[in-house]
Design a protein around this ligand. Structure first.
Ligand SMILES: CC(C)(COP(=O)(O)OP(=O)(O)OC[C@H]1O[C@@H](n2cnc3c(N)ncnc32)[C@H](O)[C@@H]1OP(=O)(O)O)[C@@H](O)C(=O)NCCC(=O)NCCS
Length: 431
């Protein structure tokens, strides 16, 4: 059998249509589409995807067969495994924007899987990112059972909500500003600036890739196709008339009972904008149900409704996964709401971030030093440290799950206090 070492890995920057190297980019994009069982992409869409990749500054990696390939099968120019990375910022609490290495487009062709290709791609890539000085890596996962072995932990969750609207919907609190309908096209320019404000205000947020503005504007539908003619949009303006939130949504069609509106994207820079946009959705005439797949796990809407049972939520699911590559750099890059000190004994199966560290927080900033001779307060895997990192998961829950070991009573609660963030952590960026 062929092993991971028998494939050639090629790393390259995407090329745009008409440029040298475009064929390699095109084959790579098609391989990713096949890996996720997407519809075949037209030439035009492949070119559009490549152009967006260039804007994102992605690096693409493909694993290529070096041995003979049977005639009629996909040729040696089509990668059997794909992997991509790009750099964005992560909001790690109190507005601290930390450089993050985003991993995406991970596929291994079925006929070449379980030969160690993912392990080779991932371990080589994380080592390169660490050598490059990036403190943290991030991904969003298709399955929750793949990435913990590489030191990734779940940092934020999302859930699908179904909200009864029409007469059943009433907020118990006043909203401010105003919501107005808009053509989705205006979001091509507006969505990035509204998102930027939301990103700076939301722990756990990851800055968005280029495709989002095209989708928000209705120029890139969910199948990756062209114009999304079903898409509608509304903007929230604050009391000074500045747009600080938007929602895009699509009607499911009159054949659906009850009449249902689907939220595609809802970005709010302030809690006021969030509630006002929901108030707008809740009062759409003829609609009796609004669904949203990417709602926060800790959703203020549930508490703002007159009848909290108007909101039904499915179980929260993992959304953002983080991997700490450098413990002192990651913890010092964050900001904190309270002072405190903890000795953390960090276990790391890949050996990249293992060690005993003292985290000392004063005045909102941390100093992290090696603490080899000291007794630890907590012993935890690097995956759990990632789960605590943006305050999206409570340390006492991880202790009760047996994932964090408390070396003396109260240590987990102290960690929870130190890692707490100023607003509920949520990530609205799938990548
Ligand atoms: C998931 C996928 C990338 C794995 O690739 P692969 O090359 O077969 O993985 P490897 O052979 O390197 O295996 C690495 C480890 O992950 C485990 N693993 C791989 N896929 C897994 C899965 N779907 N669920 C649980 N564990 C998995 C392997 O058992 C192996 O474990 P070990 O090293 O601890 O023994 C591949 O199956 C795939 O492309 N799936 C479809 C697309 C997808 O889900 N991509 C992930 C997007 S986030």
């Amino acid at each position: 059998m062929t092993l991971a070492g028998d494939y050639e890995l090629r790393r390259f920057r995407p090329s745009q249509w008409g440029e040298e190297g475009y064929g390699q980019t095109r084959d790579w994009i098609r391989a990713v589409g096949a890996g996720f069982y997407e519809k075949r992409r037209s030439e035009e869409l492949v070119a559009k995807t490549a152009a967006a990749f260039v804007v994102d500054g992605r690096e693409l990696t493909g694993a290529y067969q070096t041995g003979p390939v049977p005639a009629g099968a996909l040729g040696p120019e089509v990668p059997v495994a794909t992997f991509a990375t790009f750099r964005k910022t992560l909001n790690a609490g109190y507005g601290a924007l930390v450089p993050a290495h985003l991993v995406t487009a991970v596929t291994v062709r079925t006929s070449h899987r379980r030969r160690g290709l993912l392990r080779r791609l991932m371990t080589e890539d994380l080592a390169r990112a660490k050598a490059d000085g990036v403190p943290i890596a991030a991904l969003t996962a298709s399955e929750a059972s793949i990435y913990r072995r590489f030191g990734f932990g779940v940092a934020t969750a999302e859930r699908r909500v179904t909200v009864a609207t029409g007469p059943a919907f009433k907020l118990a609190v006043p909203t401010d500003g105003r919501v107005e309908a808009a053509e989705p096209e205006v979001l091509f320019d507006l969505a990035p600036s509204v998102f930027e404000r939301a990103h700076r205000a939301t722990p756990g947020s990851v800055d968005r890739q280029e495709r989002y503005r095209h989708s928000a504007a209705g120029l890139w539908d969910r199948d990756g196709g062209g114009d999304d003619l079903a898409l509608r949009a509304a903007l929230h303006f604050d009391v000074d008339g500045t747009p600080d939130g938007y929602v895009t949504y699509a009607f499911r069609g009159w054949e659906h009972e009850p009449p249902t509106m689907e939220v595609r994207d809802l970005v709010a820079a302030t809690p006021e904008a969030y509630l006002a946009l929901w108030d707008f959705l809740g009062s759409l005439d003829l609609v009796r149900r609004v669904v949203w797949n990417e709602a926060p796990a800790d959703d203020p809407l549930a508490w703002a409704l007159e009848d909290a049972r108007a909101l039904r939520a499915e179980a929260a699911q993992d959304m953002l996964w983080l991997r700490i590559l450098d413990v002192p750099a990651a913890l010092e890059a964050r900001r904190y709401g309270v002072d405190g000190s903890l000795v953390l004994d960090v276990v790391d199966g890949l050996g990249m971030a293992a060690g005993r560290y003292r985290l000392a927080v004063e005045g909102g900033t941390a100093k992290v030093s090696r603490a080899d001779g000291e007794l630890p307060d907590l012993v935890l895997d690097v995956a759990e440290l990632a789960s605590l990192y943006v305050g999206g998961v409570r340390a006492t829950i991880l202790r009760e799950a047996g994932r964090v070991s408390e070396e003396h009573p109260g240590a987990a609660l102290e960690a929870e206090r130190i890692f707490a963030v100023e607003r509920p952590a949520h990530c609205l960026t799938h990548f």
